[in-house]
Design a protein around this ligand. Structure first.
Ligand SMILES: [Zn+2]
Length: 180
């Protein structure tokens, strides 16, 4: 955040686990994320298009296995190593939340784990709204040692981000309703 750059899934506490792991790319350690049903391809592309229509860029390229995505103020990167569209959609929504809320002056007051709490909560709420189960948000927040106090502090921000995120998500809800 301070440097204007999010690299999700990386240990940012000083010691660089990622740097130590560069040499084992052929035999990576397990990550938080497991493959999920590959059932969100149309939703992923629908949301991608809606986000691009707001002027942001989305780049799909390989990232190391311990990273799902990154975000700058105007570009979202989603890793092509993610094996399924449901995890890919979740990554897109998580990074979109960072772009919407974590690069302005207000965000400078927030610590990293508060931003992660907000991004993952927004992603979770948006997916729930679409009826898509996403099982990794809890462990992701535990990884950042999120507390109930932090959650209360962020409720207003989460609501505000979700409201903006819904503009990119509503069309998917209509698609899915028609498909049933
Ligand atoms: Zn994040």
């Amino acid at each position: 955040m301070q440097g204007g750059w999010w690299v999700d899934g990386e240990n940012k506490s000083g010691y660089s686990l990622a740097a130590d792991l560069e040499g084992i790319a052929t035999d990576p350690l397990p990550t938080l994320w497991r493959p999920l049903p590959d059932d969100c391809e149309p939703a992923y592309w629908r949301v991608s298009r809606a986000i691009k229509d707001t002027g942001l860029a989305i780049v799909e390229r390989p990232l190391p296995p311990w990273r799902q995505g990154t975000a700058t103020v105007d570009t979202i990167v989603v890793s092509t190593t993610i094996p399924d569209s449901r995890n890919r959609l979740a990554t897109l929504l998580h990074e979109y939340a960072h772009v919407l809320a974590h690069f302005g002056p207000v965000a400078r007051e927030k610590v990293e784990r508060q931003c992660e709490l907000e991004a993952e909560s927004d992603c979770y709420v948006a997916l729930q709204h679409l009826g898509i189960d996403y099982p990794f948000s809890r462990d992701y927040l535990l990884h950042f040692r999120v507390t109930p106090d932090l959650l209360y502090q962020s409720l207003g921000a989460v609501q505000g981000i979700v409201r903006r995120m819904m503009r990119a998500v509503e069309a998917v809800k209509e698609d899915r309703a028609q498909a049933v």
